[in-house]
Design a protein around this ligand. Structure first.
Ligand code: CA
Length: 225
C-alpha cells in the first residue's frame, strides 16, 4: 500500500516514514498542504496521514479540498490538540479517523490499517481468490491446505493483486502501490517479485492464479485460462 505522509515537523515525518517503511508500506513525504494536494492529485494513494498544524494551508483545509475534488482516499489526521471541537471538525470535513499527539506508533499503524481496510471493502481481514486466502493481519497466505510464508514485499504485492481481482494491473500501477518512487523507472523489480510469488503460490496447483497479460501487466484470477 502506498501512503502519503503530510507533516512539517521533519523529525516526526522521518520517524513515521522509517517506521511505516519497516511495516512494508510504500511512503512519500511532503511538508506542506499545497504539496500534499499536488501529490494526491498525481498519485493514487491508499491512505494519507495528515497533520493538522501545517504552515500555510492547514490539514483541515487540505482534507476539505481533497473531498471537494471527489477523493475518497482514507485520511488519518494528526493533531497536537485534543479538543472535542477539533475532533468534530476533522470528522465533519471527511477525515476517516483522528489521532492525538503524542501517540504510540503501534496505534498509528493499527488505525491506518483500519481506515484503509474500511475503504477497500469488507469487515473481513481475509482476502480470497480461488483457494488462495491472504490474512491481512498476520500477513500469511494459504493455498488450499498449504500455509505460505511471505516476505514484506511479497505480501504487499500479493495484497495489491488480491484487492483488485480480475483486473489487469500495469507494472507502473503495481510499482506505484508497492514500492517507493526511487525504486521505479527502468527496474524490472515487479517481474522479479511476481516470479518469487509464483514460486510460492502457483508452484504445484494446476490452476495458476497469477496471469501475465502480454504487453499490459499482470492480473490475479481463478478463471481457468
Ligand atoms: Ca505540524
Amino acid at each position: 500500500m502506498r501512503i502519503l505522509i503530510v507533516e512539517d515537523e521533519r523529525q516526526i515525518a522521518a520517524f513515521l516514514e522509517r517506521g511505516l517503511k519497516e511495516e512494508g508500506y510504500a511512503i512519500d513525504v511532503v511538508y506542506n498542504g499545497n504539496d500534499a494536494l499536488d501529490w494526491a492529485a498525481a498519485v493514487e494513494y491508499d491512505g494519507i496521514v495528515l497533520d493538522v498544524m501545517l504552515p500555510g494551508r492547514d490539514g483541515f483545509s487540505v482534507c476539505r479540498e481533497l473531498r471537494a475534488r471527489g477523493s475518497k482516499t482514507p485520511v488519518l489526521m494528526l493533531t497536537a490538540r485534543d479538543t472535542v471541537d477539533d475532533r468534530v471538525a476533522g470528522l465533519d470535513i471527511g477525515a476517516d479517523d483522528y489521532l492525538v499527539k503524542p501517540f504510540a506508533f503501534k496505534e498509528l499503524v493499527a488505525r491506518l490499517r483500519a481506515v484503509t481496510r474500511r475503504q477497500t471493502d469488507t469487515r473481513s481481514v481475509e482476502l480470497q481468490v480461488g483457494d488462495l486466502t491472504l490474512n491481512t493481519l498476520t500477513h500469511t497466505a494459504q493455498r488450499g491446505e498449504r500455509r505460505i510464508e511471505l516476505t514484506a514485499k511479497e505480501y504487499n504485492l500479493l495484497e495489491f493483486l488480491m484487492r483488485n481481482p480480475n483486473r489487469v494491473l500495469t507494472r507502473t500501477q503495481i510499482a506505484e502501490h508497492v514500492w517507493n518512487l526511487d525504486f521505479l523507472s527502468e527496474s524490472n523489480v515487479v517481474d522479479v517479485y511476481i516470479r518469487y510469488l509464483r514460486r510460492k503460490i502457483d508452484d504445484e496447483p494446476d490452476l495458476k492464479l497469477i496471469k501475465t497479460v502480454r504487453g499490459s501487466g499482470y492480473l490475479i484470477s481463478d478463471d481457468p485460462e
